[in-house]
Design a protein around this ligand. Structure first.
Ligand SMILES: Nc1ncnc2c1ncn2[C@@H]1O[C@H](COP(=O)(O)OP(=O)(O)OP(=O)(O)O)[C@@H](O)[C@H]1O
Length: 962
């Protein structure tokens, strides 16, 4: 409609609103003709009378007792002496002239032979065309093109009345336009006289069919079609020129009398059958349509109804003029005609304005586009563009190569961790058989440190001496591991608690800053040398009664007063409240320490085996169970599974890892609370299939590292999935938010960085890089805290209409590892902000787009539709059916894909539902995530690189954050 302007536009819009607004009933008119001369000569009686403008009455009293109706009402009825002009003006005109407003229209004449159909239609056609020309002259602001076509349907054969070629026209099905008549001549009308000329040609052509058959009766249906195209003159030739195009059909039907009454045999009988067939079909169609549009309407049963389909039940305004002979001898046919008319008045159509872009405008537009592209190609500037593009690509490649190098480093780190873990597990049992002499040496060193004032945490020399003490213990016990392994039966807590340590005074402790830092590193998933861990365990005598004194007096208060983030039930981050952590400082017994060590092992476990789960969503239980065998003590295998992707790196794997107690210390490790473990890992697996093997780093770290990155990234950037934000985009956004959020914290901490050397543990926690401690205080509580925060996040996702793909990425990437709390906080803050802003009715600008609650809801609906389209592509039939079955969607129901997409992530209270939704979305978008691996690859992991005792590594963590 862009080309239509001003008053005309308003008028057409009004018309469009009227026509598009809803359905309107077919206009039904009844016209009585006067008695013909012959009828008068036969002394025929007039049985019908129009008693007012809408009612016709049957007057024969004898017939009234038949039980048939004697009064019929229609939109208009016209007496025998009523001129055709009035029939046109009072009835057909409004419908016929809709065509100038771009609305299709059709005028039918229905009635028995000699009832006056042709007489009426000739007049109606003439008046309509005259009015159209009149309208054209009055609307000079628009340019009109009139086209005329005419056809005849005779014996179910369609002929072109403007062509001398008698070859029947074929009806073709066009997906956009419906039934199209092949080769139909369309003459462009030059003027009124031209139309007259064409009408006479039609009449002559039609007579060919008639004269040989029945001199008094038309045995064919005739359709004259006038098409009007109109464009606003001011826009003609411009790109945005559009055209209104509509047709008005004048349909003169064959006589509606029955074949038996046509008194026909042979050829005439055949004609009668065909006439009956098309008229019978027309009647059936009208009858069906009059009862509403439920069920199949058999338009295709005849050529007539096929051609007139849009006029009868579709995009056209329609009028039917039923013609009657008043003579008593025709009463039966007249009654049939009125019954047909009664049905027709119940039929509704729904017309609309037809706007098309003109061919001319289209051609012009395309020509300009071609010219523009050609000139772009010729312009030197475009070469510069390509050069700039190449440079940009080069930079991207460089960046990717850097990422590959970083990844390689991280893989090395992962390898080291695994080795540490193995050593740690092996050494742990031996640690319980601590040799008395070793303890004494350690204690002696510790006592020296203590007495020499090393309790001052700022005393670097003291720390050095303590460190030396630890080193000493280590160096002087080279056979320690061997002896531990040789005497496992001596591995008991008594050896520690009842040994020489018990003889130490309450004031004596071996907690050094180095030890504390090492513990922090352990919590952070960094595997320290297991020897050193053992020594730390041995050196600690944590007397509960002394703990308060320690924290108050020895300057290490900062270690135990760890900031913890406080959230409201709604997830609002209230404040960072200093609180005393009960983490390692409270480990006053060996049992507690053992648990802490075990926690570390578990953390490492989760790092190297990030895909625990139950049965595969996609695999059969047998398949899923077949892939479960990992144990902590088989960390190398775990790594292999992770790196290789395994044929089924499914979540069942780690669950079995956890559910089947491995050898060694982990037997005693309570792990995550049962409920947490059950829910948390209930996420279906993602099979990497053929790509799995390529995910292995094998022995060639650098070269295969690149392939590894490429593989992972390509998996998450499927061609053709432009609508799906890639995991890169997701992570980049997340990191950006994390960067901003923590930049502030970092700024606040800058002045304290000078003191890092003096108080590294404190700074580490203050800057929020030790989220396990920071967010929960007690690392053992982190799983529960994680679950709580995740529940809040899931709820806010729903409230804020957050993208399902985003939810899926987040849900699958952040699954309870200690360092995830950073991103949990970032996400919660973001969601809280969104929720707050939306609740105030304000928009949020995100990635340059303005988001409102309504627009986000729309986007979410679009995303669901997009996902529904992927269901058939990305899921096998079995997978789909299995999901439909589980989700209560009938396999026979219509739009079941859309139903499934609508249900995804719909029940945020049910974690099983959420998990399965995430798995389905991940599968649809081909997100073959790898948990920790992908997090490390994209620098999402906060796990600091392996820290040297004397080099403080938080900056490395910051780098990974940025
Ligand atoms: N309203 C009328 N006033 C005067 N004469 C009429 C009227 N209607 C029809 N006639 C005359 O009746 C005769 C038959 O009319 P017409 O040919 O239009 O009938 P028809 O329904 O088209 O018949 P067919 O089905 O055979 O084509 C014609 O001579 C026509 O002039």
């Amino acid at each position: 409609m862009g080309a239509i302007g001003g008053e005309e536009l308003m008028k057409w819009e009004k018309m469009q609103g009227m026509a598009n607004g809803g359905e309107e009933k077919i206009l039904v008119l009844v016209r009585l003709r006067p008695l013909s001369d012959k009828e008068i000569l036969r002394n025929e009686v007039l049985d019908w009378e129009c008693i007012n403008e809408t009612t016709i009455l049957y007057r024969n009293s004898l017939q009234e007792r038949s039980g048939l109706p004697s009064v019929y009402s229609f939109d208009r009825v016209f007496r025998g002496d009523c001129p055709t002009r009035k029939v046109y003006d009072d009835g057909a005109k409004e419908i016929a002239l809709s065509v100038v407003s771009g609305i299709n229209s059709t005028i039918f004449a229905y009635g028995q032979t000699s009832s006056g159909k042709t007489y009426t239609m000739n007049g109606i056609t003439e008046y309509t065309v005259a009015d159209i020309y009149d309208y054209i002259q009055k609307h000079e602001e628009r340019a009109f093109v009139l086209k005329f076509a005419a056809m005849e349907i005779y014996n179910e054969v369609v002929r072109d009345l403007l062509s001398t070629d008698n070859t029947p026209l074929r009806l073709l099905d066009d997906p956009e336009r419906g039934t199209v008549i092949e080769r139909l001549t369309e003459e462009t009308l030059r003027d009124w006289s031209h139309l007259k000329e064409l009408l006479s040609i039609c009449a002559a052509q039609r007579q060919i069919g008639e004269t040989s058959l029945n001199e008094t009766s038309s045995r064919s249906h005739q359709i004259l079609r006038l098409t009007i195209e109109s464009s606003a003159r001011e826009f003609i030739g411009k790109d945005n020129s559009t055209t209104l195009a509509a047709s008005v059909n004048f349909v003169d039907l064959a006589g509606s009398e029955r074949a038996s009454q046509a008194l026909s045999v042979g050829q005439r009988l055949k004609e009668g059958c065909h006439i009956n067939r098309s008229l019978l079909t027309l009647g059936t169609v009208i009858r069906k349509l009059s009862k509403g549009r439920n069920g199949h309407v058999n338009y295709r049963d005849s050529k007539l109804t096929r051609i007139l389909q849009p006029s009868l039940g579709g995009n056209a305004r329609t009028a039917i003029i039923c013609t009657l002979s008043p003579a008593r001898s025709h009463v039966e046919q007249s009654r049939n005609t009125l019954l047909f008319a009664s049905c027709a008045k119940e039929v509704s159509t729904s017309a609309q304005v037809n706007v098309v872009m003109s061919d001319k405008a289209l051609v012009k537009h395309l020509q300009r586009e071609v010219a523009r592209l050609e000139s772009e190609l010729r312009t030197p500037g475009s070469i510069n563009d390509y050069t700039a593009l190449l440079r940009k690509k080069d930079l991207e490649i460089e960046k990717l190569e850097k990422e590959v190098r970083e990844l390689t480093k991280q893989l090395d780190l992962a390898q080291s961790r695994i080795e540490d873990l193995q050593r740690m597990v092996g050494n742990d049992q031996a640690s319980r058989q601590w040799d008395t002499q070793e303890k004494k040496m350690c204690e002696a060193e510790c006592s020296i440190s203590e007495s020499s004032g090393e309790t001052d945490p700022h005393d670097a020399g003291g720390r050095l001496r303590k460190s030396r003490a630890n080193q000493y213990c280590k160096r002087d016990n080279p056979g320690e591991e061997v002896s531990r392994r040789q005497s496992p039966e001596q591995n008991s807590k008594h050896s520690i608690l009842d040994g020489d340590l018990s003889s130490m005074s309450n004031g004596q402790r071996c907690i050094s800053e180095a030890t504390i830092r090492e513990q922090e590193e352990l919590v952070a998933g960094v595997g320290e040398d297991s020897d050193e861990i053992c020594k730390e365990v041995r050196c600690i005598e944590m007397d509960k009664s002394n703990e308060d004194n320690d924290t108050e007096n020895d300057g290490r208060t900062s270690v135990s007063s760890i900031p913890g983030n406080q959230y409201t039930e709604d997830g609002e981050l209230l404040s960072t409240i200093p609180r005393r952590t009960s983490g390692f400082e409270n480990s006053s017994t060996y049992g507690a320490l053992e648990q802490n060590v075990q926690l570390v092992q578990n953390t490492i476990d989760s790092l190297i085996t990030p895909y625990p789960d139950k049965h595969s969503l996609w695999d059969s239980p047998a398949t899923a169970s077949g892939s479960r065998s990992l144990k902590l003590t088989r960390s190398r295998s775990c790594r292999a599974t992770l790196m290789a992707g395994s044929s089924s790196p499914d979540f069942g794997t780690l669950e079995d890892c956890e559910a089947t107690p491995p050898d060694g210390l982990e037997k005693n490790f309570p792990g995550r609370p049962e409920g947490f473990r059950r829910k948390h890992w209930n996420i279906p697996p993602f099979t990497f299939g053929a790509n799995a093997a390529r995910l292995s780093r094998n022995n060639s770290q650098s070269s295969n590292g690149s392939a590894f990155v490429d593989e992972l990234k390509s998996q998450n950037n499927n061609p053709g999935d432009e609508d799906i934000p890639s995991v890169d985009t997701f992570i980049a956004g997340l990191k950006e938010m994390a960067k901003h959020q923590y930049a502030n914290k970092m700024d606040n901490q800058d002045q304290r960085t000078d003191r890092i050397a003096e108080s590294p543990g404190k700074i580490l926690k203050d800057i929020g890089l030790d989220p396990l401690l920071e967010s929960s205080g007690d690392p053992l509580q982190w799983p529960l805290e994680f679950e709580r925060l995740r529940g809040l996040i899931i709820g806010h996702w729903q409230t804020c209409n957050v993208s399902l793909v985003h939810r899926t990425y987040f849900f699958l990437l952040f699954r309870g590892e200690p360092m995830d709390s950073i991103y949990m906080e970032v996400e919660l803050r973001r969601l809280f902000f969104l929720k707050e802003t939306f609740s105030r009715g304000n928009p949020v600008v995100q990635d340059g787009r303005t988001l409102t609650l309504a627009s986000s809801l729309k986007a979410l609906l679009r995303e669901r539709q997009m996902l529904s389209r992927l269901i058939n592509k990305r899921l096998t039939t079995d997978e789909r059916n299995s999901i439909y079955h589980r989700w209560g969607i009938s396999l026979n129901s219509k739009q079941r894909r859309l139903q499934l997409a609508q249900r995804l992530w719909s029940n945020t209270e049910d974690l099983d539902h959420v998990s399965e939704s995430a798995a389905i979305v991940a599968k649809l978008i081909r997100f073959s995530h790898q948990g920790q691996a992908i997090k490390e690859m994209f620098g999402l992991s906060f796990t600091p690189p392996r820290l040297s005792r004397r080099s403080f590594g938080w900056k490395n963590s910051k780098v990974s954050l940025l």
